[in-house]
Design a protein around this ligand. Structure first.
Ligand code: NAP
Length: 243
């Protein structure tokens, strides 16, 4: 399905990002992924992709650093010969109610979750324009759709990502490039391990957390030709949470 394609996934060392790396590799893509600093986990993803017989390389790069993100995109093009799919998945939380939330905590979350995606899109934009094709997938969140108390910074970053998705989709729709967003609900990863209790599950219509692979299944669809007429869309993977 994705043979001959190179996918760039930010935050591929763990959680949803790793599941996306594995899913795209399983369907033939070569994988270049970025991670913040967890080299041990990044190595695990590298080994798992290699075991599928795909080319893979991990790049330690802070997506919130505009110059580093631009340089890493260039490095990937040199290493892989091109980029066809970009998944902006790297994300962090710094949850607090507004009175307790420091400006620096608001900035850190917006810098990583929203500006990081912008820098990566800026990197691939000229390539995708030139090749008149490309798939951009931004991992937003239901928090960006509905807002979530204690997550003013995170909700703002994830809502911003939806605006970014639609603007980029409109800029590039005439050039054969699709840009869509996925809005996961509660997915079982390190980010949510403290939240997985009976009360939270009870609030989810499907009464369970999602699996990272269930987000990756949608990322595969949005990365493949099956979704070529879909752009500017936001699709929830949330067990019905935000309907
Ligand atoms: P996670 O397990 O905490 O993993 C986060 C990943 O992002 C790691 O690979 C981490 O790298 C990387 N990362 C963090 N900051 C980075 C930076 N500045 N530059 C480069 N990479 C960075 O998170 P997750 O639960 O898989 O979440 C993945 C995405 O889905 C996030 O955008 C999150 O907001 C979104 N999401 C998650 C849920 C959920 O329930 N889990 C729900 C909705 C949306 P290191 O390993 O090196 O630290």
């Amino acid at each position: 399905m994705l043979k001959g394609k190179t996918a760039v996934v930010t935050g591929g060392s763990r959680g949803i990002g790793r599941a996306i790396c594995l899913k795209l590799a399983e369907h033939g893509a070569d994988i270049a992924f970025l991670y913040a600093g967890n080299t041990e986990k990044a190595e695990e993803t590298v080994k798992a992709v290699e075991a599928m017989g795909r080319k893979v390389r991990a790049y330690r790069c802070n997506v919130a650093d505009a110059e580093a993100a631009a340089a890493t995109v260039k490095e990937i093009v040199t290493d892989f010969g091109g980029i066809h799919i970009l998944v902006n998945n790297a994300g962090i939380t710094k949850d607090k109610l507004v009175p307790m939330m420091k400006a620096a905590e608001f900035d850190a979350v917006v810098d990583t979750n929203l500006k990081g995606a912008f820098y990566m899109i800026k990197g691939v934009y000229p390539l995708f324009l030139k090749q008149k094709s490309g798939k951009i997938i931004n991992i937003s969140s239901v928090s960006g759709l509905t807002g979530n108390p204690g997550q003013a910074n995170y909700s703002a970053s994830k809502a911003g990502l939806i605006g970014l998705t639609k603007a980029v989709a409109k800029e590039l729709a005439g050039r054969g490039v699709c840009c869509n967003a996925i809005a996961p609900g509660f997915i079982a990863t390190e980010m949510t391990e403290d939240l997985e209790n009976a009360a939270v599950k009870e609030a989810i219509p499907m009464k369970r957390f999602g699996k990272a692979e269930e987000v990756a299944n949608l990322a595969l669809f949005l990365a493949a030709a099956h979704s070529d007429y879909i752009t500017g869309e936001v699709i929830r993977v949330d067990g019905g949470l935000a309907m």
